[in-house]
Write a protein that binds this ligand. Structure first.
Ligand SMILES: Nc1ncnc2c1ncn2[C@@H]1O[C@H](COP(=O)(O)OP(=O)(O)OP(=O)(O)O)[C@@H](O)[C@H]1O
Ligand SMILES: [Mg+2]
Length: 340
């Protein structure tokens, strides 16, 4: 096997790694009959890197981001290691985790109103987000910083907008406010879960541009969760492909598009729509993601896999590579161009 450890990040050196996830597992259900939602996830993110996470609905993308934020809903159990800032986040007390959340690791959701309170002025909400981690600065100082953050996310007439309510803003502007709330706290990592899915195409492109610009300026890592492979191709340095709670391919973005190896990834790529279509939905693979309580034995993808062979139903393929830093969990990686 290639000597890259599993929780390394493809490309670059390990010294720059700021987030290292090892053997992460999230389960619901009972101890005797656990329903495993995330199964043995290993990955890492470097400072300033964008990691794209893709996979069909229900694969566990959002659960992964919740696990990193320490927000897995009860009675979910999280085990493994989420290494950040020299410590394991899973060992943090709730209070210590609150200090990381929002401050060192920020999150933006698909629907900006998830982060915004409809009853409060947007500027006040940015100030409050900063106040959680900054008791010392005066209100005036925080207001200045909030307006600066609004300018950074390119909200026109930021000082006037400071006093508006969320409903007075467009969807795109609301998402900018949600991003401003996060970057005002200068996080090392921004987790964006489908940040542009609810927006129309032009606004989508503007928000992605903005994220790239903020990343360059602040040298912040981005974990970008999306259904849209077009977005991944534009934004990501590395890509992790998830299927049914597991990582099944993990490599540099370029390598994923030039040399996709897992049959599932091949299926996803086959679903990239033509230019004139507005939305990328991953519909090209027959069948659906199995429910977490009824995972097939062996490779979880085998019932849907056109390259499936007998052993696939019995043995679980581990994420590995024979020759390079391109990791794939499949026993029978198809040769390029091979048809079943
Ligand atoms: N609170 C919960 N309790 C139990 N199971 C849950 C809970 N929340 C989510 N799940 C299950 O976890 C799995 C992964 O869900 P998750 O929301 O992470 O998927 P996703 O990849 O983000 O999908 P989408 O693309 O639709 O957002 C699903 O099978 C879902 O039913
Ligand atoms: Mg989700």
């Amino acid at each position: 096997m290639h000597d890259m450890t599993l929780s390394s990040s493809p490309g670059g050196t390990d010294e720059e790694i700021i987030l290292a996830i090892k053997n992460l597992r999230v389960s619901f259900g009972t101890e005797e009959h656990p329903v495993v939602i995330l199964d043995d996830i290993n990955l890492a993110v470097r400072r300033g890197e964008t990691l794209g996470i893709v996979g069909e609905s229900g694969c566990g993308k959002s659960m992964l981001s919740l696990a990193v934020m320490g927000l897995v809903p009860p009675p979910g159990r999280t085990t493994g290691v989420i290494g950040f800032g020299g410590a394991n986040l899973l060992a943090h007390s709730p209070a210590r985790m609150r200090a990381v959340r929002g401050n060192k690791i920020g999150m933006v959701f698909q629907e900006p109103m998830t982060s915004l309170n409809p009853l409060l002025r947007v500027g006040f909400q940015i100030v409050e987000a900063m106040r959680v981690h900054d008791r010392a600065s005066s209100n005036q100082t925080l207001k200045k910083r909030a307006i600066a953050a609004m300018e950074q996310v390119r909200i026109p007439a930021a000082a006037q907008r400071f006093d508006e309510y969320p409903h007075q803003l467009s969807g795109g502007m609301r998402q900018r406010i949600a991003i401003a709330m996060v970057i005002a706290c200068e996080p090392d990592i921004l987790i964006a879960d489908e940040p542009t899915t609810a927006l129309d195409v032009t606004v989508q492109a503007e928000i992605l541009d903005l994220l790239r610009e903020l990343q360059r300026k602040n040298h912040m890592a981005i974990i970008l969760i999306t259904h849209d492979l077009g977005v991944v191709a534009q934004m990501a340095d590395n890509v992790a492909v998830m299927y049914a709670g597991q990582l099944i391919e993990y490599t540099a973005c370029r390598a994923l598009f030039d040399d996709p190896r897992h049959p599932y990834t091949l299926g996803l790529l086959g679903s990239i729509p033509r230019m004139e279509e507005e939305e990328t939905r991953l519909l090209a693979i027959e069948g659906v993601v199995p429910p977490a309580a009824q995972m097939p034995a062996g490779c979880r993808f085998h019932p849907r896999c056109v390259f499936m062979e007998q052993d696939c139903a019995h043995r679980r393929p581990l994420l590995a590579s024979q020759r390079d830093a391109h990791l794939t969990a499949c026993f029978h990686i198809p040769l390029s161009g091979e048809l079943p």
